[in-house]
Design a protein around this ligand. Structure first.
Ligand code: TTP
Ligand code: MG
Length: 392
């Protein structure tokens, strides 16, 4: 049976949530990202505001020049996360093969589901209805034989769209579209392609792989396949944890390095504890920062050997944080630390005495925390946080 993949993406997500919470904003020129006089960029613009050329990533000052009558809103991530959770729960009712991508979009494998709903299109319509009735939000849906074409279809259908590419029609659907509509083709790649005389995805599809490899390296093969509507990537539901992370959003944006470091230490201890509970070690450590303007970055590094120690995670995270903040100009809204490349069980390398001491210390700390709660033990740095995270 031919695969049927659905891509769903909420329209003007942050803005739409604000409009649900404050109906006076409906149908108006609304921008989420910060006050017009603030530095920073647009996170989301209503479709009405997009008519004036406003889009995500545009500096707020430019947005307010183009559209001074727009309503500029600070935004509140907690509300968006809550809406996202409810959105994903509705999608999960439609297919267990659900792969969320960030907060407001997801892929679903819906192969064979027409027998339940009459057709895949009717299934999409039912999904759109539920999201509208239960959340007041508008979702656009694309249906195709693979992920990349399903995503292009939902993009093309926006806003409030529903577009099904007929079976076997993926390549023909893409052919007339400009190369820039293919996910992964950014402005830079687009310029290179224009230089080669390539404007449509159909033209891109005819370029030999060797030419694309010459320009894009190994990515050339993927570009070639996607342009030809070939994409076998599976929809991957969240399985066993491939990574562990903890993050926290500050009540108010933070600039002080010391406070950020202390929070990083606290979160590292949470991640380390979780690793040890699962009997796992990690090779990869990443730090996530969301700045006041909602720009979110992650930086990652690899440890010399897999570890489950709070100290090793913290030290690696701290190096990443210092490097990132060295060019720092903005205050931070959220900080997080995560580990990935997880392995099960003991490391094979011989531990030196210092490592053994650390292992014993962490084991002892875990035991005390298990008995008396996480905050029963505070390391020097996390004491700074006692006003933020209440001691039980
Ligand atoms: P998108 O789905 O890319 O955008 P959107 O939902 O606002 O609009 P569309 O109808 O075109 O889908 O992103 C989802 C949310 O992620 C968006 O509402 C705000 C946030 N976001 C940012 O904070 N910064 C960005 O640069 C982008 C693109 C999105
Ligand atoms: Mg969206």
């Amino acid at each position: 049976m031919a695969r049927r993949i659905m891509h769903v993406d909420l329209d003007a997500f942050f803005v739409s949530v604000e409009q649900v919470l404050n109906p006076e904003l409906k149908g108006k020129l609304v921008v989420v990202g910060g006050k017009a006089d603030r530095r920073g960029v647009v996170a989301a613009a209503s479709y009405e505001a997009r008519k004036y050329g406003l889009h995500a990533g545009m500096p707020l000052v430019t947005a307010s020049r183009l559209c001074p009558q727009a309503i500029f809103i600070e935004g509140n991530f907690t509300k968006y996360r809550e809406a996202s959770k409810r959105f994903m729960a509705i999608l999960a009712d439609f297919s267990p093969y659900l792969e969320p991508m960030g907060l407001d979009e997801a892929f679903l494998d819906v192969t064979g589901f027409e027998s339940i709903h009459g057709s895949i299109k009717q299934m999409a319509a039912a999904m759109k209805r539920r999201v509208r009735e239960e959340l007041g939000l508008c979702v656009s849906v694309g249906i195709a034989g693979g992920k990349v074409v399903a995503k292009v279809a939902s993009d093309q259908s926006k806003p409030d769209g529903l577009l099904e590419v007929p079976e076997g029609g993926d390549k023909a659907f893409l052919a007339p579209l400009p190369v820039g509509t293919l996910p992964g083709i950014g402005k830079k790649t687009e310029r290179v392609l224009t230089g080669l005389g390539i404007r449509t995805i159909g033209q891109l599809a005819t370029l030999p792989i060797s030419v694309l490899k010459g320009h894009f390296g190994t990515y050339g093969t993927i570009v070639h396949n996607h342009a030809n509507g070939i994409d076998d990537r599976k929809v991957e539901p969240r399985g066993e944890a491939k990574s562990i992370s903890r993050e926290t959003t500050f009540g108010e944006d933070i600039r002080e390095g010391e406070m950020l470091t202390a929070t990083l230490r606290y979160l590292s201890e949470k991640v380390g504890g979780s690793l040890r509970r699962q009997g796992k070690r990690a090779r990869c450590v990443s730090v996530k920062l969301r700045y006041a303007d909602f720009t979110t970055i992650t930086r990652q590094t690899t440890l010399n050997q897999a570890s489950d120690s709070d100290q090793a995670i913290f030290e690696a995270g701290c190096r990443l944080l210092k490097r990132e903040l060295s060019g720092g100009k903005q205050s931070v809204r959220l900080i997080g630390i995560g580990v990935a490349s997880l392995t099960q069980g003991q490391q094979l390398n011989l531990l030196d005495n210092g490592d053994i001491r650390m292992e014993k210390l962490n084991e002892a700390i875990d035991k005390i925390r298990q008995k008396y709660g996480f905050t029963a033990i505070q390391t020097g740095r996390t004491l700074l946080l006692k006003d933020i995270f209440p001691v039980k």
